[in-house]
Design a protein around this ligand. Structure first.
Ligand SMILES: NC(=O)c1ccc[n+]([C@@H]2O[C@H](COP(=O)([O-])OP(=O)(O)OC[C@H]3O[C@@H](n4cnc5c(N)ncnc54)[C@H](OP(=O)(O)O)[C@@H]3O)[C@@H](O)[C@H]2O)c1
Length: 311
């Protein structure tokens, strides 16, 4: 089978499409023929070697985590899935998967679910990490309620575009920050108030919000505190707000670590199949175009997700 692998860390030029041997499944895993796989900023971090600092990995590394496809084999004793099931999930190597930018992936049962039935493999592959991130933030940490006001920073991104839809289905008032080219996109997703982060300072415009969900690199995280009311909640995907500011403002703040588990993947599939949320795919590439796909992700400011069509 073909797999997109690296043997050293670096830019997209270190990626090689290799012919590799059939995968040996580990306990708790299923083998999935990959139809589509999506790129996440984490895949770039892995490729560049940032993950190596806290989790030593052995080369060669197959890149990728998010996948959608069809089960071909299950490890003995697995009852949750069978050959022929259409599934989607996360199988990044740091969580014990085999990496999804390949024709087959070894995926942990605990990070897999039946694929949403009403969308294609590309749409399903765009969802796992971003969808579970948005759900974990909005439904578990923030527990967003009807009538509450939430600021979603980075509304045009993979996580942000789903977070807007989830906040709206819970009846929240949604403000979001995006660049000029994404204004119409987030309005169509349901955003009530759109701020161009390159032209306006959101902390001068918004006040008394119940929650902030920051999906950007978190460089302006301390400013987010200013828009929250006392008792408000701040969830960031990366940034960490200053402890003294959190205390002084009477808010709670967390930096999320997303767990892409079956429970959240099932919930995501239910929301998609009931028409409440829609995947947002910007552009597709093939497996042999993997370098171009990474370059597009890193340089062209996609609106929504970049997906590889593998079969
Ligand atoms: N902690 C975890 O477990 C975990 C899990 C998943 C993801 N993450 C992290 O979460 C972040 C978001 O992930 P993603 O997949 O949604 O990434 P993404 O698709 O690249 O989205 C990021 C978005 O942020 C926007 N943006 C950048 N700077 C901004 C600013 N100052 N104000 C408002 N918007 C801004 C970008 O828009 P423009 O391109 O128009 O600037 C882009 O649309 C990434 O850094 C990722 O590594 C963390």
């Amino acid at each position: 089978m073909k797999a997109a692998q690296i043997n050293k860390y670096g830019g997209s030029d270190v990626i090689e499409i290799k012919e590799v041997q059939k995968l040996q499944l580990k306990a708790g895993q299923i083998l999935v023929e990959v139809y589509a796989a999506s790129l996440n900023p984490f895949d770039r971090m892995l490729r560049e070697g940032h993950v190596q600092k806290y989790l030593p990995l052995q080369f060669p590394i197959t890149l990728g985590g998010d996948f959608s496809g069809i089960v071909t084999e299950v490890y003995s004793g697995i009852t949750e899935f069978k050959a022929g099931d259409e599934v989607y999930g996360q199988a990044v190597v740091v969580n014990g998967g085999s990496g999804s930018f390949a024709q087959f992936v070894g995926a942990n049962v605990k990070n897999t679910a039946l694929k949403p039935k009403t969308i294609d493999q590309v749409g399903a592959a765009s969802l796992p990490l971003v969808g579970t991130s948005a759900l974990q933030a909005l439904e578990e940490h923030i527990n967003i309620q009807t009538g509450q006001k939430i600021l979603i920073q980075g509304g045009s991104g993979g996580i942000g575009s789903l977070a807007i839809q989830i906040a709206k289905l819970h009846g929240a008032y949604v403000a979001t920050t995006v660049s000029e080219k994404s204004k119409e996109f987030v309005k169509k997703l349901g955003a009530d108030e759109v701020i161009d982060y390159q032209a306006q300072d959101f902390s001068q415009v918004l006040a008394d919000f119940d929650a902030v969900f920051d999906t950007t690199k978190g460089e302006e995280i301390n400013k987010s505190i200013k828009v929250l009311k006392k008792g408000g909640k701040l969830v960031s995907m990366i940034g960490q707000a200053a402890g003294e500011l959190i205390k002084a403002s009477g808010i709670t703040a967390i930096t999320q670590r997303t767990i892409a588990d079956t429970v959240k993947l099932n919930r995501l599939a239910e929301l998609v199949d009931s028409g409440k949320i829609k995947p947002q795919v910007d552009k597709t590439f093939t497996l042999v175009e993997i370098k171009e796909a990474f370059d597009y992700l890193e340089k062209d400011h996609p609106i929504g997700k970049v997906v590889l069509k593998i079969k």
